[in-house]
Write a protein that binds this ligand. Structure first.
Ligand code: NAP
Ligand code: F7E
Length: 342
């Protein structure tokens, strides 16, 4: 019998890479998706094309982290061996606009899922998508599993609750529950309002003559950026370990937004200073200035290490986005003006 995995957040960046990985490993994968008025499965459509074929191993079920009854129903139906809780309102700046909603989904959503596991009476392994944002105004660098949390946003506060409730269910009920404290990880599937993808989308459109200016906020913030495909492998490794534990997943290198601009525009032989303007809208009420992780524990215990470095990450994203921009340019060139009858 193949193992069964359930993924919340399967339509997101990490969900799509994780589904790919688990299918390759022979799992049956059950994704929880939200009903949306427009298509939201673009990142997994390539995995889902054969859904009408017998033996297909990827299934989608409607559910929501804000709706306990849907979670109960799905768990009863699927009885997963492994649950990966990746669903979240994951945008830090947006969390300042919708703090209560962020707490509901990103914080309380986790305990809804954990309680549903107890209600249904199953014993799956549980992965919680914790975040380097927990370190916030970090009290030490690099950050390890022992570094105290100091959250700086409603998102990070919600993730702090989710982190501790995961530890609590491990300690109280003996659940195999892990926190992956993942530092920023990006890819060609990254949401377009996160800074890396915003930069690579804009730089490539500028290169193709489709855009003139890119508006950004704080260029001095430093992040430890890795590639999402490497990071979902760490999630899986945590779930295969002998004992449940919490792990930092990071590259150990930190770069500023400015350095990301240098790398992305430089690769396209452009000077970002001619195109970037600062818009205060993108500043946050409280900023996280510097994150750099120490993944020594994951290296030793899980034998995990990242394959893609900073330069490789930027090049992969730009190489992908330049093709999108070229397609957009081709469409724009062939578009006939709409004739309006007068
Ligand atoms: P993402 O691209 O924003 O994806 C978030 C996913 O959550 C989407 O599938 C979204 O569905 C789903 N979702 C949102 N609200 C939901 C709800 N109420 N019920 C069920 N699902 C809901 O995020 P990501 O970058 O893949 O990150 C995955 C997880 O890791 C998130 O929990 C994030 O907070 C955390 N994390 C990310 C990073 C990073 O650098 N990427 C680092 C550390 C931790 P829709 O498609 O319908 O919106
Ligand atoms: O910002 C600065 C911004 O939104 C990175 C999420 O996946 O990683 C992500 O959170 C930095 C910040 O990611 C713009 O102020 C400048 O300092 O790409 P971001 P994030 O806030 O680090 C963590 C680990 C998660 O867990 C989250 O889910 O870039 N910045 N100018 C900007 N950021 C954005 N978004 N847009 C700008 O125009």
């Amino acid at each position: 019998m193949p193992k069964r995995a359930m993924i919340t957040g399967i339509t997101g960046q990490d969900g799509s890479f994780l589904a790919e990985l688990l299918l390759q490993k022979g799992y049956e994968v059950f994704g929880v998706i939200r009903r949306s008025s427009s298509f939201n499965t673009g990142r997994i459509d390539h995995l889902y094309q054969d859904r009408h074929e017998p033996g297909t191993r990827l299934r989608m079920l409607y559910g929501d982290l804000n709706d306990s009854s849907s979670l109960n129903k799905i768990l009863r139906q699927v009885e997963p061996d492994e649950i990966y809780n990746l669903g979240a309102q994951s945008h830090v700046r947006v969390s300042f606009d919708i703090p209560e909603y962020t707490a509901e989904v990103t914080g309380l959503g986790t305990v809804r899922l954990l309680e549903a596991i107890r209600d249904v009476g199953i014993r799956p392994r549980f992965y919680q998508a914790s975040s380097s944002e927990l370190y916030g105004k970090a009290v030490q660098t690099p950050q390890t599993e022992k570094t105290p949390f100091n959250p700086r946003s409603p998102y990070a506060c919600a993730k702090a609750y989710a982190y501790y409730i995961t530890v609590n269910y491990r300690e109280s009920y003996g659940l195999f529950a892990c926190n992956g404290i993942l530092f920023n990880h990006e890819s060609e599937r990254r949401g377009e309002t996160f800074v890396t993808r915003k930069i690579t989308r804009a730089a490539t459109r500028i290169k193709c003559g489709l855009l003139k200016k890119l508006y950004l906020g704080n260029l001095d913030a430093r992040r430890d950026w890795g590639h999402a495909a490497d990071y979902v492998e760490a999630m899986w490794l945590m779930m295969q370990a002998e004992i449940p534990d919490d792990y930092v997943i990071a590259t150990g290198e930190s770069h500023s937004v400015r350095e990301f601009l240098d790398a992305a525009f430089g690769y396209l032989k452009l000077d970002w200073r001619e195109h970037v303007e600062i818009d205060p809208h993108y500043f946050r009420p409280a900023e996280v200035d510097l994150l750099r992780g120490d993944a020594d524990k994951a290296r030793r215990v899980l034998r995990w290490k990242p394959k893609v470095d900073f330069e490789g990450l930027v090049r992969r994203m730009v190489d992908h986005d330049i093709k999108l921009a070229e397609q957009e340019r081709a469409v724009a060139q062939h578009r006939k003006p709409i004739e309006i009858a007068a």
